[in-house]
Design a protein around this ligand. Structure first.
Ligand code: HEC
Length: 508
């Protein structure tokens, strides 16, 4: 239903009377008079910020709105969003005005906004400063919990991984991004949001500890294996930020630039625990940066060790020893980078667009293999990691996104998330036969994605990716459904034990 027939009519009447006075002025003149910026300041700035960087409403900048299609933006502005503070404007603004506002929010700011130490410090909120008990306030196994991120209404649920009962559910910042990360003991979980907010949450006490905004558009965060530091990868500004995990105070801000002064967005940062370092891939400079955090004499310098490459690394993945980084380039080639030697040692022909960020490894015929779903083609590619040759291309129903397994199961689970059909299917691959042996339809007609295993690998949890979605819990052996839990677009779920022990079946 179009929400503005009355307004359009009124505009028509207004325009008609204007025309009567101003002779034959063409309609275009009326349209050109719409000042999107003025409309924005009057109607939107109070919630989204005069600079569009966000306040209690999210940031409205092209990078941040990457996942929001224009028609959806128009609908949001006209109709608002039910059960949120976003009001509808169809009774105030006509279609042309809504379009002008939409054009405005997809236009970059005239100059890159500053988000430095001062802005970060001013944003920091210490929600809890008292020392809290060092024992969980619940009886569930604290290592077999799942954090479920519910993007539908921006909440997170802590789920008991034995009983599959929610322990608590709390509001998060708008649009979490990149997967939450745990402290090494599994007590704290850290979240990063699309708009640059980092939060520290005490799982044992079910309490939010502190928050800080470290960027305007953020990709993800990593936690050092000693638990002391968080490192954040930003798209905007072109920076990386190191925080002290104790209280989320900034330790260092790194401007990301090459020798010529060209700056770059940062695609992602991960912890490379055996190396005691963070590794980051740059989006606009063909380099990978490593930041060591072992400094026995105090604060590490966080000076990047720059590995210069011939090609960009978009999405990446480590081998079991963290000696090699396998990254996808823009041209659909896998680059194998020896992190010790600091150079590319070989390439792997990976057709389509492999999603290496979701790659997993296992032992096949006594050798390590890596398997990656493909964002463009209906195939899972299995690569022999001893010689970097393709072992097998396993045909699937369509392009996938997430692939998961566990040390205690013979199967790997892959979705058809990027397909044009069969998006409701999860396919089960036998890790020794290297073929699809079963196919599940957890909720026919509804998109199924992102599997994660329980601590012992006995259960697999699959998301039904809808606003009124659910978690479907399977017995990983019999492939029978054991439970269904309603959730608001449960985009991902993260098992404490599997993450902190860096299980080979999941991303880290
Ligand atoms: C009273 C506060 C408020 C006002 C005024 C307001 N918004 Fe919003 N807006 C919000 C909130 C809160 C959200 C997040 C809604 C949600 O949780 O989905 C939002 C979401 C949006 C989104 C979706 C962003 C995304 O990433 O999906 C757009 C687009 C948007 N607003 C545009 C506007 C425009 C344009 C105006 C002015 C005409 C405006 N808003 C006025 C509070 C407000």
């Amino acid at each position: 239903m179009m929400p503005w027939p009355l307004n359009t009519l009124l505009l028509g009447l207004l325009a008609a009377s204007t025309f009567a006075a101003a002779a034959d002025a063409p309609v275009a003149v009326v349209e050109a008079k719409i000042d999107g910026n003025a409309l924005y300041q009057t109607n939107c700035a109070s919630c989204h910020g005069a600079d569009r960087l966000g306040l209690n409403g999210p940031a409205l900048l092209p990078g941040n709105l990457e996942r929001l299609r224009r028609p959806e933006a128009i609908k949001t502005i006209a109709e608002g969003r039910i059960a949120t503070q976003m009001p509808g404007f169809s009774d105030k603004l006509n279609a042309a005005e809504v379009k002008a506002l939409t054009d405005l929010i997809y236009t970059p700011l005239a100059s890159t906004p500053v988000w430095g130490l001062k802005e970060m410090q001013a944003s920091r909120i210490a929600h809890q400063t008292n020392k809290l008990p060092d024992t969980p306030v619940f009886t569930a196994d604290p290592l077999n919990l799942f954090i479920v991120v519910e993007l539908g209404d921006h909440h997170a649920t802590i789920l008991d991984g034995d009983k599959f009962e929610p322990i608590t559910r709390f509001a998060t910042r708008y649009a979490l991004h990149g997967g939450p990360k745990f402290s090494p003991d599994g007590r704290y979980v850290y979240f990063a949001s699309r708009d640059g907010w980092v939060a520290k949450y005490d799982i044992w006490n079910l309490t939010l500890i502190s928050e800080i905004r470290v960027g305007i558009n953020t990709r993800n965060l990593a936690i050092s294996s000693d638990g002391r530091y968080a490192m954040i990868a930003n798209y905007l500004p072109h920076s990386m930020v190191v925080l002290d995990t104790q209280d989320l105070r900034p330790v260092k801000i790194i401007d990301v630039k090459d020798d010529s002064g060209k700056s770059s967005r940062v695609s992602a940062v991960y912890d490379a625990a055996p190396r005691n370092s963070f590794i980051a891939a740059l989006k606009d400079i063909p380099e990978v940066w490593e930041f060591s955090y072992t400094d026995k004499n105090g604060t590490p310098s966080f000076q990047p060790r720059r590995i210069q490459l011939d090609d960009y690394v978009d999405d990446f993945f480590f081998d079991g020893s963290y000696t090699h980084l396998i990254g996808s380039s823009r041209g659909g080639v896998g680059q194998v980078i020896d992190l010790n030697a600091g150079k590319r040692i070989t390439t792997v022909a990976l057709p389509g667009m492999p999603h290496l960020g979701s790659g997993i490894t296992w032992a096949y015929q006594g050798k390590p293999v890596l398997a990656t779903p493909n964002l463009k083609e209906g195939v899972v590619t299995v690569v022999d990691m001893t010689n970097w040759q393709i072992e097998k291309q396993i045909p699937t129903l369509g392009p996938g996104f997430f692939m998961r397994s566990h040390e205690n199961t013979p199967y790997a689970w892959v979705d058809v998330f990027n397909g044009t059909k069969d998006r409701d299917v999860i396919q089960i691959i036998d890790k020794q036969k290297l073929e699809v042996i079963a196919q599940l339809r957890p909720s026919p007609g509804k998109v199924a994605a992102h599997t994660e295993f329980s601590r012992d690998g006995k259960y697999a949890l699959v998301s039904i990716w809808e606003n009124d979605g659910e978690l479907v819990i399977y017995d990983a052996k019999t492939l029978q459904v054991v439970k269904r839990l309603p959730m608001k677009k449960p985009s991902g779920k993260y098992n404490v034990f599997n993450k902190i022990t860096r299980s080979a079946g999941t991303s880290h």
